[in-house]
Design a protein around this ligand. Structure first.
Ligand code: THU
Length: 144
């Protein structure tokens, strides 16, 4: 398996910066994400909620869709951080199922890394295929 070489701590720091922009008055759960492109750029996102709850979006998809909108489709990793705004400390915040599925559209599940962090020094690293086994892609819809 290809070893990823990038600065994980910096990517997590970008996720903490992004978390400050969360608009989450309904859950009060503030999430930030930082998505690293294959050419070294970082797109960040936060969760943006809505009075009509399903209209909200997670931090991971905010970052992913912003990048895709700008024409970027090659990604290396995403860092995610989140906590209730009253909580004193962060715990690992894993992407929801919809975000994992959204990632498979543009990220190679075998190599794309998902960083869950409690601090820039306390990071758990997963590959997307570990968090979404038997992922569904356009290949599954081919007529055989
Ligand atoms: N949320 C994210 O943005 N990312 C995650 O990884 C988990 C959940 C958001 C969605 C919603 O705004 C709030 O956290 C509570 O579910």
């Amino acid at each position: 398996m290809k070893e990823q070489t990038y600065d994980r701590e910096s990517l997590v720091r970008a996720a903490f910066e992004a978390q400050k922009h969360s608009y989450s008055p309904y859950s009060n759960f503030e999430v930030g994400a930082a998505l690293l492109t294959a050419d070294g750029r970082v797109y960040s996102g936060s969760n943006i909620e809505n009075a009509s709850f399903p209209a909200g979006i997670c931090a991971e998809r905010t970052a992913l869709f912003t990048a895709v909108h700008e024409g970027v489709r090659d990604f290396t990793a995403i860092a995610v951080v989140g906590k209730h705004k009253e909580a004193g400390q962060f715990d690992y915040c894993a992407p929801c199922g919809i975000c994992r599925q959204a990632m498979t559209e543009f990220c190679d599940p075998e190599t794309f890394e998902i960083l869950l962090a409690r601090s820039p020094e306390d990071i758990k690293v997963y590959r997307l295929c570990e968090l979404l086994p038997l992922w569904f892609t356009s290949k599954d819809m081919e007529i055989r």
